[in-house]
Design a binder for this molecule. Sequence first.
Ligand SMILES: *Cc1c(COP(=O)(O)O)cnc(C)c1O
Length: 354
Amino acid sequence: MNEKLLKNIRQVEPYTPGEQPQTKVIKLNTNENPYPPAPGVRSALASMSIDKLRLYPDPTADALVSALAECYDLKKENLFVGVGSDDVLAMCFLTFFNSEKPIFFPDITYSFYDVWANLYRIPFECQKVDENFRIRKEDYYKENGGVIFPNPNAPTAVYEELDFVEDIISHNRDVIVIVDEAYVDFAGKSAMELIDKYDNLIVVQTFSKSRSMAGMRIGYAISNPTLIKYLNDAKYSFNSYTMNQTSLALGVEAIKDKEYFEETVHKIVETREWAKEELHKLGFEFPDSKANFIFATHPDFDAKELFEALKKEGIYVRFWGSRRIEQYLRITIGTRKEMKALFTFLRTYMNKGE
Ligand SMILES: *Cc1c(COP(=O)(O)O)cnc(C)c1O
């Protein structure tokens, strides 16, 4: 293609998602929930009217927004919903990161952030996490064009308490701070309780992990009504009908069933704590996980070789091989049975016996 023509094309380095094999494997590579969605989701799906699909979905997503507002004791004006939190986060980048100054995020973090920054031509500067993979909050005191970080962070699974998060928000009153809480339900307190105290805070959550709905693509932002309005204005100038009819109806069912939600989250946390012990016994090292995955390394076994051996066995975990994390694997917490299969294989592979 000729140079001049190429110059008019936006060329971006895309995000590389984890594999979605179409065969049956033990899938511990993309942090999905190993349990099915709430029972109400099944019945709502079964009784969905085909005729409704003729019509455009409700552009305000009112049923879902109302259900979320009720669940979190918020006003509808505090909520923005989108097609997975990836859509919500991308919309936040577009709406809130418009400075000439670089936005800040950790060097080891969700690998979509630099992709969106490049796509929207937002300057960015990564702040190095320390040798224990902890964010250094002082790095975020410098002047910047906005801040985003996940809590717990991905793929490290490190969670910081609310006073730590608040410290970063309070040092950045002139820019928007986005806290990406994709895994907070497995960890501890959400920063959503700070939205009335700080007008520069956006909290983003998702149905993909703790609510077993990755396939439905539902995410949401929680903030003050002013920032939510800016998000909606951006959305309506882009695509009014982001969320489909089915996602809206099933999302409502998922959010209504608090008991099922708490029960599955509890099961995953329990399995995680047990998995930590098993991994320790095998000689793995990892930062303490508060998410539904563990970011582990082994002093005697090469991560890439382990990754490939596991894959051959039909056990998928995530491996990047990128700088600072070349020797790490991210292992999603599956069911106890799935984790047992993982450990049985590892024991044999590492020759540790039973
Ligand atoms: C999984 C994940 C998301 C995106 O989830 P969606 O499926 O798009 O809702 C966002 N941020 C982090 C840190 C994640 O791990």
